[in-house]
Design a protein around this ligand. Sequence first.
Ligand code: HEM
Length: 541
Amino acid sequence: MKTFTVEEVAQHNKPNDLWIIVDGKVFDLTNFVSDHPGGKKVLVKIAGKDATKKFKQFHNDAIMQRVGLPMQIGVIGGAEKKEEAAPKAAPAPAAPAAAATPVISGELVTADQAKFGNGIPYGDPTWYQEWNSPYYNESHIRLRKAIREFADKELMPYCHEWSEAKAIPREVVKKVGQLGFLNAVSGAGTNPSIAHLMPYPLPAGIKPEEFDIFHEFICVDEIARCGSGGLLWALQGGLAIALPPVMNFAPEPIKNKVVPECLAGEKFIALAITEPSAGSDVAGLQTNAVDKGDYFLLNGEKKWITQGAYADYYVVACRTGGAGMGGVSLFLVERAWEGVEARYMDVMGMWGSGTSYITFEDVKVPKTHLIGELNQGFKYIMHNFNHERLGIVMQANRLARVCIEESYAYSLKRKTFGVRLIDHPVIRNKLGHMIRQCEATHAWLENIMYQIKTLPQESQPSRLGGPIALLKAQSTQTFEYCAREAAQIFGGLSYTRGGQGEKVERLYREVRAYAIPGGSEEIMLDLGIRQSMKKVPKSSL
Ligand code: HEM
C-alpha cells in the first residue's frame, strides 16, 4: 500500500479534497464527506490531520472495518512496514520460566500464549489474561485464536446489518460450517459415533479424540463475543438442540442424510416442542400423531421455534400415546411435506434467528421418520436438556462479559464533568458489581464443565441436572444485570440502534430470550433445589 508523509496528508484539507489519518492509516473521505452520518462539518474541521482520537470517540470497530477500510488509500511512512514486519518477525523467545504462566495444567507456556485479546480488564476470561488454569491446554489456545480471527473478520462487523435485516446470509452459515464450528456446538465433536458424518474437520485442526467440552465452550464463547444472540441462534439455536436426538436415536438412513447436511450449514433443522399453551411444561403438549397403518397423521401448532421460519427439517415432539410424559414421541418432519407451514414471528430480539409459528395440518409422516421408539420421546428430549442449558449458560455468560468489555472501554474514553466516566466512583461501582457476578458465573461454569469431562456419563444427569439448572438462572440474571448497567453507562447511545451502543442496545433486548426458554429462571431455581433435596442425608431428615 502507498505511503504518505504527514505533510502530504495535510495538503488535502478541503471539503472537496479531504484526507484524514486514523491509526497511521490514510483515508480519502472526499466522496464520503457529504454522506457522513455524523455530519460534514466535523470532518471538514479535522481535514488533513490525525483524527485517531476523534474517530475512536464516536465510532465502534465495526464502522472502521465495514465503512472506513474501503476508503483507505495508504499509510503514513513506516506504519505499513511495521505492520507487515510483525507476522514475519522471529517468534518471541519463550519467557523465562519464572515469569511464564502455567496455563496448561502444570506446564509452562510462552508469554504470548498466556495473554490474548485486547486487554480490557475482565473483557476476556482470566486465562486470557495471564492467570493460571488447570482446564486448558495448547489446543484450546490454538482454537480461541482461530475462532476469534474468524469472528473479528467475518462476523462482528456485520452483526448490526444482519440484525436489522432480520436475516443472516446463508453463505455465512456455510462458511461457519466449513470452519467446523457447527460440529463443535452440536454435540457432534464430543460424540465419537458421529465423527464419520462430519462434513468438515473440527476447527483449528483439533482431532476428534482430543476434543472436549472446553473446546466446545471456546467456540461458543468466541462467537458470542460478537454480542449478538440473534447471530448465535441463527447459527446454532435450532441445530444444537434438534440435531442431538437425530444423532443419537434416529434410524441410520435419516442420520446419514440429515447430520452431514446440517453440520455443513447447507440445511437447517429446528426443534419443535413448545406450543401456544405448553412451554416448560413439556409433558402437557397437545400436538398429536395418529397411527394410520402406513403412516402417522400429524396435527398441531408449535410456537417460538428457533430457526423454524427457514428450517428444512423439524424434530417434532407430539402425543402418540396417553397423557403425560409417557405418551410423547419424536418425529423428523420435512418442511417440504404437504400440510407443513411456518411463518416468522415478530419478537423482541434474536433477529435473524427465524423465530417461528408452525402449523401441521394432516401431515402424513412415514413410519421410518420416527426417532427412536414410540412414546419414548420425552426421554430423548431430556437426554439433551443439560447440554442445551449449558449452551445457554455459555452464551449468556459471554454476553454479560460483552456488556462489561463494552462499558469498560467506553468509560475509559467518554468524559463527563471534565473527567472520564471511569474516574467517577459510581461508574466503578457499577463495573465492580457486573464483574463480580460474571466471574463467579464463569468459575462455576468451568467447574461444571470439568465434571462433565471427568464424571462417568451415566451419573451426570442425576448429579449435574440440579447445579446446571441453578447455573442457568445465575447466568441469565447476571446477563440481565450487566445489560442494564451497561445501558446506564452508555446512556442515550444504548437507546439508539447502531453506533457505539450497538451491542448493548441489542443485548438489552435479547436478555429475555435467555431468561425464559430452556427452562425459565423460576423453574430452574425450583428444579435445582428439588434435585438437591434428593441428596439430603437421611440423618438430616
Ligand atoms: C474513516 C472515517 C470515518 C468513517 C468511515 C465514519 C463513519 C461514520 C458512521 C458510519 C457513522 C454513523 C454512526 C454509527 O453507526 O456509528 C458516523 C457517525 C459519526 N461520526 Fe464518523 N466516520 C469517520 C470519521 C469521523 C471523524 C474523523 C469524526 C470527528 C471528527 C467523526 C464524527 C462522527 C460523529 C460525531 C458521529 C455521530 C455519532 C453519534 O451518533 O453519536 N467521524 N461516522
